[in-house]
Design a protein around this ligand. Structure first.
Ligand SMILES: [Zn+2]
Length: 243
């Protein structure tokens, strides 16, 4: 059984790019196919699952960059395989280096500048979105790496949708009211649209941004959701690399 891997139609047009988001479906004996660190599952199962996932994409496990995500706005330019601690976005221009973002409701953002051969991953939940991790990462890439506004393509992978992401007023008020809706006694926030808005303010064309319509909370047979499954939730990973 091969793992089910979700891809972006925008990034799939580049043959030099390897990318994908894992799902709950990946091995015969472990339907939940957890690939993250922070769950109840044992380490050896996680490692076995990671190998199945990376093998399916023909990625060498020794060429992967992981990050220990903390919902911050810290990003790092990396040049070699490692575990980047307390970090939520990675950028590189190195070929054959594969950047990983771990998710279960937060938005996994993958990007590729085909002119300058820059790739990156961003972990954007509500805290990361509020602290502008995507904006900080992309502004750095524009200023320091000459990232091309016209030639960069983004994939916002599966995340909790705006209708399911219910919050109290304290969180709702952190965001521009045009991205917030009242839902009975709660509020909902459209985090992908907040992040898209950051990109549009920098001049990116929305047609270069693919926003997945798959909701992690609703797609219970396909996707992990921390909100839905709490401490029993596994983690999916998103990965991108240049061959
Ligand atoms: Zn939903």
């Amino acid at each position: 059984m091969k793992p089910v891997i979700i891809k972006s139609y925008l990034l799939s047009q580049f043959s030099e790019i390897v990318h994908g988001i894992s799902t709950k479906i990946g091995s015969v004996n472990d339907f939940n196919f957890n690939l993250g660190n922070f769950s109840n599952q044992q380490n050896d199962i996680k490692e076995k699952n990671r190998k199945i996932f990376f093998d399916a994409l023909n990625i060498d496990l020794k060429r992967v960059v992981y990050q220990q995500q903390v919902h911050s706005n810290k990003f790092t330019l990396v040049n070699e395989p490692k575990l980047e601690k307390e970090n939520d976005a990675l950028i590189t221009t190195q070929k054959n280096l594969f950047l990983v973002v771990t998710i279960a409701d937060c938005i996994p953002i993958l990007f590729y500048d085909r002119t300058n051969q820059i790739i990156g991953v961003v972990h954007a939940g509500w805290r990361g979105t509020y602290s502008k991790i995507l904006l900080s990462t992309i502004e750095f890439a524009i200023t320091e790496m000459k990232l091309s506004i016209n030639d960069t393509f983004f994939y916002f992978g599966p995340s909790i949708c705006s209708n399911c992401f219910e919050v109290d007023e304290d969180v709702a008020q952190l965001f521009d009211s045009k991205f917030v809706k009242k839902k009975e006694k709660k509020f909902t926030v459209d985090l992908p649209q907040v992040n898209l808005n950051y990109l549009m303010k920098l001049g990116f064309n929305p047609s270069n941004v693919h926003i997945s319509r798959l909701c992690t909370f609703e797609c219970s047979s396909l996707l992990h959701s921390y909100r839905r499954d709490k401490e029993n939730s596994g983690r999916m990973i998103g990965v991108i690399g240049i061959r």
